[in-house]
Design a protein around this ligand. Structure first.
Ligand code: IMP
Length: 179
């Protein structure tokens, strides 16, 4: 079985990769650090990161973010910093009283082997009015995907993977690898 090295320190992300890809690949988590530039697109963050990771090829990296309409796309590419500083509670506070609660998650997977390729997934949804659920990670307790009444944190990993930004990006990656 071919091995896929996912460069991440995020166990939540890794769990989702394992759930979706481990029937086809050996999925390994590699905790090597790389700098994340503050670009305006996730794609640019990934391309920039590739430059620091040449010694670890073949590899995969994942850059994701939560984009809230009413906040003009914030936290977006700043999602990691905002999670550390404001957290889900801070986002709920910023959204207090707002009627337009539309938001989307984006995920860009970068595959770096004999060439560099990006795979993107988007999941539309809305920001809940309070935190709900204890599964998942990050902003999962405040994100309700379109067509559902519960948050990502109230879903098992396999269910989240079927509809999520990362699930869609992984599907595109799998289609490419199996071609
Ligand atoms: P990064 O891709 O590791 O830079 O993630 C940015 C921030 O978004 C981190 O705080 C993650 O915890 C959070 N995040 C990334 N993907 C997800 C997700 O699928 N659900 C909830 N939060 C996420």
């Amino acid at each position: 079985m071919k091995t896929l090295d996912v460069i991440t320190s995020n166990k939540g992300k890794y769990r989702e990769y394992e759930e979706k890809l481990s029937s086809t690949f050996v999925v390994k988590m590699n905790n090597v650090h790389y700098p994340e530039i503050q670009a305006s697109r996730l794609e640019d963050v990934v391309h920039h990161a590739f430059e620091y990771l040449e010694d670890y090829v073949p590899l995969m990296i994942d850059d994701s973010g939560l984009f809230i309409n009413r906040l003009k796309g914030f936290p977006g590419v700043y999602s990691a910093y905002v999670m550390k500083t404001l957290g889900c509670e801070g986002i709920l506070k910023l959204m207090e009283g707002e009627e337009d609660r539309k938001a989307r998650f984006e995920c860009v997977i970068g595959l770096f082997d004999d060439e560099k390729r990006l795979f993107k997934g988007i999941c539309e949804g809305r920001i809940s009015t309070k935190m709900r659920g204890d599964m998942g990670f990050g902003y999962d307790p405040i994100f309700i995907p379109s067509g559902y009444d519960f948050t990502f944190a109230e879903m098992e990993t396999d269910r989240k993977n079927k509809i999520s930004h990362r699930g869609k990006a992984m599907k595109a990656l799998l289609d490419h690898l199996e071609r």
